[in-house]
Design a protein around this ligand. Structure first.
Ligand code: GLN
Length: 246
C-alpha cells in the first residue's frame, strides 16, 4: 500500500510543530510497510489534488494567511474536486480557518476563505489569544477517545458547533470557553490543535491513516504498534497539568 500526502503551503504554514504531525504519519506508515510519499505545494503551484490520499495544511500567522489568500482561491476548484473524490483533509488552525467562510484577523482585515464549510472566524474582541494545552473528547464513527493538544489562536470560530471535532474537557476550543473544538465532517478534520496533535495521540494518527488509505484500498487493517512511549508522554503532561482522571 501507498499513502500519498500533500503538504499545502509547507514553507509558510507551519507553526508550533505542525510538521511533527507529518513525521508521525510517516513513522506509523513505515512501521507497517506502507509506502509514504510526501509532496508539497505552495504559492504559484498547482497539483492534481485528487491524486493524493491526504492533504495537510498547518497553521500560520496573520501575515502568512494574508499572503496566501489569493493563491488559495486559485486552488479552489482542484481542492473542491479532491474533497468530493474522498481525499482526507487534516487542517490545523490557520488552515482550518481558511477552509471556512472567512477569517477576520487581528488588524480587522477580512481574509476570504474557500467557503467549503459554514463556519466563520471572527476577530478576538478582547485582543487576547486562546493559548495553552487543550484536552477534548472525540467520537469519530466507532472510535471514541480523548485527545490532548496545544492551541494558540486569536481567531474565534463560530457555526462549526453542529459538526464539531471534539467536546472540550479543558482549554478553549473554537472560541473562548467554547464547549466544542474544531470541525469534523466526512473526510475532513479541522482543529486548533497544533504539533502535538498526532505525536501525542496515536489513535487519531491511525484513524487518519485508515481514512486516507480507504480512498484507494478496501478494508484497511492496521497492525497494532507499541504506543507506550506516546501514552506515557501524554499521561505525564496530563499529570503535570493537574488532570487526575487519566
Ligand atoms: N493567525 C490565526 C489566528 O491567530 C491562526 C493562528 C495559528 O495558525 N496558530 O487565529
Amino acid at each position: 500500500m501507498e499513502l500519498k500526502l500533500l503538504h499545502l503551503y509547507h514553507d509558510i504554514m507551519d507553526l508550533y510543530g505542525d510538521k511533527g504531525n507529518i513525521k508521525t504519519l510517516e513513522y506509523r506508515c513505515k512501521m507497517r510497510n506502507i509506502d509514504f510519499i510526501y509532496d508539497t505545494c505552495s504559492i504559484g503551484e498547482q497539483k492534481d489534488y485528487s491524486s493524493y490520499n491526504l492533504i495537510f495544511m498547518g497553521g500560520g500567522a496573520d501575515k502568512e494567511q494574508l499572503m496566501l489568500s489569493q493563491d488559495l482561491q486559485n486552488k479552489r476548484e482542484g481542492l473542491e474536486k479532491a474533497l468530493k473524490d474522498n481525499v482526507f483533509f487534516l487542517l490545523i488552525c490557520g488552515g482550518y480557518q481558511l477552509f471556512g467562510q472567512y477569517y477576520v484577523n487581528a488588524n480587522g482585515e477580512k481574509i476570504q476563505g474557500l467557503k467549503f464549510f459554514p463556519y466563520r472566524t471572527e476577530k478576538s474582541q478582547k485582543n487576547d489569544r486562546c493559548i495553552g494545552n487543550i484536552y477534548i473528547d472525540v467520537e469519530l464513527g466507532d472510535d471514541k477517545f480523548k485527545i490532548l493538544g496545544f492551541e494558540n489562536h486569536g481567531g474565534q470560530t463560530y457555526d462549526a458547533d453542529d459538526k464539531y471535532f471534539g467536546k472540550v474537557i479543558f482549554g478553549n476550543g473554537n472560541h473562548y470557553n467554547s464547549k466544542y473544538e474544531g470541525f469534523f465532517y466526512k473526510n475532513v478534520i479541522g482543529t486548533y490543535m497544533h504539533g502535538p496533535l498526532l505525536p501525542k495521540n496515536p489513535n487519531l494518527a491511525d484513524f487518519i491513516i485508515k481514512k486516507s488509505l480507504s480512498k484507494d484500498y478496501k478494508e484497511v487493517e492496521l497492525s497494532a504498534l507499541d504506543d507506550s512511549f506516546e501514552n506515557m508522554a501524554k499521561q505525564e503532561l496530563l499529570y503535570n497539568l493537574g488532570y487526575k482522571e487519566v
